[in-house]
Design a protein around this ligand. Sequence first.
Ligand code: PLP
Length: 412
Amino acid sequence: MTNFSMAANHSIRPVKEDVIFGMSLKAEEAIKRDGFKNIINSTIGALLDDEGKLVTFHSVFEVLKGLSDQQIAAYAPLSGMPEYIKCAIEATFMDCRPEGFIDGVATPGGSGAIRHAIWNYTDAGDKILTSNWFWEPYQTMASEHMRKIATYELYDENMDFNLKSFETSLSELLSEQKRALILLNTPAHNPTGYSLSSSEWLRLREVLVKLSKDENNKIVLFIDVAYLDFCEDEEREFFKILGGLPKNVLILVSFSMSKGYTFYGLRSGALIGVSSEEKVIKEFKEVCAHSNRGVWSNGTRAAMETLIEIYRNETVKEKVMAERKIHKEILKQRAEAFIDSASKVGLDLCPYKGGFFISIPHDDSIKIAEKLVEKNVFVVPLEKGLRFAVCAVSIDKCKTAPLLIKEMMDSL
Ligand code: PLP
């Protein structure tokens, strides 16, 4: 009787505690007990102000609140409003648009874009390639669709991008499956803050070209740019080298309104496809539009209308960019404070180039995270280390945390 279940076989999965959620709950209890100023809660993956309140861009919400009831309530077309797709493409590439055929389909955030890439560009049972430090939900999304995750080493011996491991793993996967979907989270990787440099991008491109010489190989490179809007505009330069690739290399890019427009819960994004072959993009649009209908029908119209309004009106757009810039700067200062303190106390970090998180490599991260709770420091333990969300912690606390973490590591 204990094994009785109503769920279908494929839906019976090991029940795992959500580590981030669990740690956040502990932090909330500590705040109630000891007061916000006495705890360091670095578990939240969203921009918070120094008092722990969610940052929302006033300039964006002004637009949302100015929409008519009809604009908010109506259904959106299955693939998303055409004008929204145009704006999403423009917002993603800015003046670094790659050459080739480009189109997009609206999805509920970047997560929806990842889902469509997994479903439409891998077969049942396939492995999906990503780095060995990765955003945990990739695993959930893969298993939800009966796929698996395979990993390459993110770093080489100099803590640069391990292109050799990337190439070996991709080549093995192609020999096995003849098709490979790569989930590459850059710039400002979650959880490490790593970004591929221009030269790393050029060498990665060469690998793609080399492995696509076998025409039976199908390579789909999904670039997860969830934190792109919190990087410098020049970080978009790599997009330009993604044009003119062979037809058996498809580039997919996620667009999301979650972070860049503080629309986390409004669930709006897009999957953008880039190919040198028109037919590939036409097919991309068709398969993803079918997926939209088959999974969530259509996206949040109010969010689409908001983006359209922002891009239609130069003054509003400038206001949004200016507001975002202020928070980009705060994020930068917090990260600098953390890195500076870490260096002073000798705490090793993964190389950080930008974004919401900094990681601290460690083999026993669960133990360290649990012990840090006793010091009112809340960090997320990952398989390969600890994740500290600089996006959610004030400069002062970013300065204090490295010493507390280092002392704890040394004491165990
Ligand atoms: N990819 C990464 C690496 C993320 O960290 C997140 C959000 O935290 C997402 C994708 C997707 O976010 P959303 O679906 O809200 O756009």
